[in-house]
Design a protein around this ligand. Sequence first.
Ligand code: ATR
Length: 283
Amino acid sequence: MSLQFQLIGYPIQHSLSPWIHERFLSKANLQGTYEINEIDPQHSFEEKIMEMKNNKELNGFNVTVPYKQKIIPYLDSLDKNAKTLGAVNTVLNKDGKWIGYNTDSTGYVRALETKYPELTKERKSKHVLILGAGGAARGIYCGLDFAGYVNIDIANRTTEKAWEIAELRSELTNTDILTLKEAENNLLKYDIIIQTTSVGMKPTTENTIIHLNSIKKDVIVSDIVYQPIKTKFLKEAENLGARIHYGHTMLLYQALYAFEIWTGLSVDINNMDEELQQVLEGR
Ligand code: ATR
């Protein structure tokens, strides 16, 4: 039996997902394909989705920008993460029923905690700062909240957007909203600082969202930007003695969780981190 997976989105010709999932399939000794199914926003989304529904051999697919919300009316059910976030990035075809998941949020937390496993025992005592309040910040906020982190502040240029994210918090979670300037002046409070915006991404690699002047010893500084792998923000953090966490690992773990949902199998992805780094550096 050969498995069939796809990615829908636009534009997605340069997506790394086929590379990642083909590796997973081969590591798991499974026969299968993972194909790009680019849906031009000029064309009928519904028509394309109906074509996919008619393909009974399709085991599952990933969804990326701009369809993470648009896919929801075509699904039979949603998991808890996807429901809370109102966004789906993974769909499982289970006996003809389409089930929507969001593996971005769990994927981020898994990537972070695989790199720093001690965090799993210290979730309640860690003070986290999220920089940015877009879709990625929303996923990461909910992922941390679900995992049991209870002190998660958000700083954003537009504070109203941060308030909207904070409304998703569970009962035990405390969230302060800050301006970027306030965050910059209070960094000593934080054990984990997560940069979730596109600031610092190629080609504007000299930009950083805030300056990391005084930070806590042993702080973990994470940046979801992975082009370049080591952003200026991460370089600044490293120079100040912080422990750093690269953005491309989130890609791997969100994909791994999707693969687990589709196949019921997991794979060892230890050395893929470096392989993916090389692929990205070659671009
Ligand atoms: P995504 O869905 O990928 O997270 P997004 O929804 O466009 O992307 O969110 C972008 C985030 O980056 C927002 O928090 C945005 O701040 P605003 O809410 O004030 O717009 C933030 N952002 C983008 N460019 C920025 C910049 N130059 N300085 C500060 N914040 C920036």
